[in-house]
Ligand binder design. Structure first.
Ligand SMILES: C[C@H](O)[C@H](O)[C@@H](O)C(=O)CO
Ligand SMILES: [Mn+2]
Length: 412
């Protein structure tokens, strides 16, 4: 179907496709660097990610250097309509120096800052509290050893400085997301002690003031990870309270809850108490498996909540998945485009009509509307969005993804 016919089909329901396209063009997605190299980073250390997170698979083409990762990112962005962000982890530093985590500084990231400026991509940042000898106990900021806690507090402080400087360099906010793997494999007897230590370490880390226009701190909870099945110190309740008490952003990772929980439902519930929300959009298949996100009901529900609750300005949308069994560049492209498609579908819904049906307790109409809308030609509107941004769809997209994968598949 052509865009013109689609536009008319939506207009019959009072939906303005041009307004939806204009809004979609303003929504940046923060694409996570760690999909490109299976969460290994560039510290020249051997070993895997640790902290209970693990990419599985051995598809050819993993980026081995910052240059390769940037080339892969350039390609991925060239397949995605709109202007987006890059979510960079601290252990992706790009330098000839070999600083430890408590020694990193802005200068170790200048190639990324320069690249971001050239590509007109905005950066977000994350301290890396895993894949390090001082995290081998699966304890960092809550470690009983004060020396280890101090090491990680210093890492966190330095990351906040780096993020704030990135924000100043790019003339806007950088989200600095704090996730620590801390937890216990078997039932602990002193949960309170661990949580008090985590709180005190976070307080110390977050004490230095930075310009809010350049730095937004976020905290990310988790239910469990491999190796910390009995307790995660930074649970949802812990960080929900922490974010409210300290006015940080709260990160909701869709893989970090009980598998049957509806993470989209949490958005409005937490939005009453926290100002800023960060999403890690992910696909947990039975557990926090971080599969590439599909255009499925969970992603649609999330997009719908953001749009219907008018939370676009307060919600930063980041992605968090890593699949090493498929083309890593294709994984990015598929994931970001699926998030955009879900947002577009939400923007193309007849909001007022649906709200009126609900407020009038007319649940039959509400159900009729949501189900009829599934048959409207969203695909034609999406294709128009891609065409206006000079981005391919369908077989042209698949051809481009395959061609690029062929160019990187010789990497070992
Ligand atoms: C690499 C990320 O920081 C990590 O995936 C974190 O966000 C997470 O979700 C851990 O399970
Ligand atoms: Mn996450």
């Amino acid at each position: 179907m052509t865009y013109e016919l689609a536009r008319e089909a939506f207009a019959e329901w009072g939906v303005d496709t041009e307004a939806a396209l204009a809004t979609l063009a303003t929504i940046p997605i923060s694409m996570h660097c760690w999909q490109g190299d299976d969460v290994r980073g560039f510290e020249r250390a051997t070993g895997t990610s640790g902290g209970g997170i693990q990419a599985t698979g051995n598809h050819p083409g993993r980026a081995r250097t910052p240059e390769e990762l940037r080339a892969d990112l350039d390609f991925a962005y060239s397949m995605i309509p709109g202007k987006h962000r890059l979510n960079l982890h601290a252990f992706y530093l790009d330098t000839d120096e070999t600083p430890d985590r408590d020694e990193i500084a802005f200068r170790h990231f200048t190639p990324w800052v320069d690249w971001a400026r050239e590509q007109d991509v905005k950066l977000d940042f994350n301290p890396t509290f895993f894949a390090h000898a001082k995290a081998d106990d699966n304890l960092t900021l809550s470690h009983p050893d004060q020396g280890i806690r101090d090491f990680w507090i210093e890492h966190g402080k330095r990351c906040r400085e780096i993020a704030a400087q990135m924000g100043a360099a790019q003339g806007g906010e950088v989200v600095n997301n704090i996730w620590v793997p801390d937890g216990s494999k078997d039932n602990p007897v002193d949960r309170m002690g661990a949580r008090r230590r985590l709180e005190a370490s976070l307080d110390a880390m977050l004490a230095p003031a930075h310009d809010k226009a350049h730095l937004l701190d976020a905290v990310e909870c988790k239910l469990f990870g491999i190796g910390v099945e009995a307790m995660t110190v930074g649970s949802h309740e812990f960080y929900m309270g922490y974010a409210i008490r300290n006015q940080t952003a709260l990160c909701l990772d869709m893989g970090h809850f009980h598998p049957t929980e509806n993470v989209a439902d949490k958005l409005t519930a937490v939005a009453l108490s926290v100002q800023d929300i960060l999403l890690h959009v992910s696909r947990p298949m039975r557990w926090d498996s971080d599969h590439v996100i599909l255009l499925d009901d969970s992603i649609r529900a999330m997009a719908q909540e953001i749009v219907f609750a008018d939370l676009l300005a307060r919600t930063r949308i980041g992605l968090d998945f890593f699949d090493a069994t498929i083309s890593r560049t294709a994984a990015w492209v598929i994931g970001v485009r699926n998030m955009q498609k879900a947002l577009l579908e939400a923007l193309l819904m007849p909001h007022e009509r649906l709200r009126a049906a609900e407020t009038g307790l007319n649940f039959t109409t509400r159900l009729m509307l949501t189900e009829e809308f599934k048959s409207l030609p969203h695909g034609a509107v999406w294709s128009e969005f891609c065409a206006r941004a000079n981005r391919p769809t369908g077989t042209r997209l698949i051809g481009a993804l395959d061609d690029y994968q062929r160019t990187v598949s010789e990497r070992h």
